[in-house]
Design a protein around this ligand. Sequence first.
Ligand code: ZN
Length: 197
Amino acid sequence: MNLVVLPARSGTRVSLNKGQALRIVNTHGGQVVDLWAYLLDGSQHMSMPHSVVTLGRIKPRVGDTLYTQLREPILKLEDDQSPGTHCMLFAACDRARYKLLGAQGHHHNCADNMREALGPTGIDPGYVPTPLNLFMNTHFHDHQDMEVVEPQAKVGDFVTFRALQDCIAVMSACPQDMVPVNAHGCTPQPVGYCVLD
Ligand SMILES: [Zn+2]
């Protein structure tokens, strides 16, 4: 399995034919990866709110299908060799998020990474949909309060998604270093990925 390295704080896109799979490997452990998927014509994107409704849960399990905003299947979580603490509720980090956190000047962010990765395809995402925040460790208390702690994903943990339609997957190795979204003392790490038939 030859992994492509997605450098820390950066984003990329991968074209998937229907039936191909995308594996994302937490090569350093403890790193969150934001994941989006679009149909080739950009008309539909993977939608977390619609997937949550259909699945009846807020964290996907192996075998779960993820849906577009028109409720069409787009990706299936085929394998999950991680603690499975992915988050379907968090908006991608963006410039405004870091400004509110007190960042001075430019801060890398998942929303810009996503737009830049998608740019050459001609798809204009406009509003950045809520990503599937892979390996993100969110906890919920009393059905109301939420807490984010360091990911439990260890070195080599991975997830595999099967494409249920021809699509473009976009990933961002989350640059968050101001709150404990990523491990290693809030230090973003690279991850790896590969396409499988
Ligand atoms: Zn992020």
